[in-house]
Design a protein around this ligand. Sequence first.
Ligand code: SAM
Length: 256
Amino acid sequence: MKFTVLSLFPDILRGFFEASIMKRAVAGGLIEYSLVNIRDYATDKHRKCDDEVFGGGAGMLMKPEPLDAALAAAGSPGVRTVFVTPSGRLFNQAMARELAAQENLVILCGRYEGIDQRVIDTRVTDEISIGDYVLSSGEVAAMVLVDAIYRLRPGVISGESLEEESFSKGLLEYPQYTRPANYASMRVPEVLVSGNHAQIARWRLKASIAKTLAYRPELLSTDGLPGKAGELLREVIDEGGWYEPGTGYTGGTDQE
Ligand code: SAM
């Protein structure tokens, strides 16, 4: 998969593509990337990329000409092109999965007040927000998108890690522990060191449900959860054993 990121400050993204798991994915040929400086496509003497907003108001807007030329060079139209903007659709794991199926993805970073609407109308296929807050520019949002997407590509990380994480089954991930089993007088839940895989799976599902109910109840369907998960949801509610920050989740009264 190839990411092309267009920005006025592409160096902000360079370190991200040159470190850790991403570096390995690039070296292994799983991921390609190109960082494009939009200013390279400005043709006037001062290589100007912004101008005042028609109708008045504070701030500047990114001009259409350099954006148009930079996007055309990146393959637009004809390539999936995301503009990161707080006024876009809210990004989530389902969108990350869908975008991870693309072979080419262009991401356009805004600055100032954003970009001229005509560029959005002619070149952008998706307007995506990473959250209900306003950042000063789009580079961090672009990194959020790339990071959430590239790790879903085959071979980047193990499929097993992806199966068990938050949002994979519509729930938040359960609390996890590592050695030592007794740390600062806090013992890990007994069931996790029991070796009983069926009971461990049950505890994890129940803890996932409890945490989701406490932090993100809107993720739980209004029809409840299917099968075993539905039974465990009822148990969690009956026991009042919801996840509590600071105390973790004990499994309600249920410590088998
Ligand atoms: N005037 C814009 C508005 O009110 O919607 C905000 C512009 S913001 C200061 C500058 C740029 O940062 C945006 O064009 C966008 O690329 C990026 N940005 C800011 N917040 C973002 C968010 N929540 N999600 C994605 N991109 C964001």
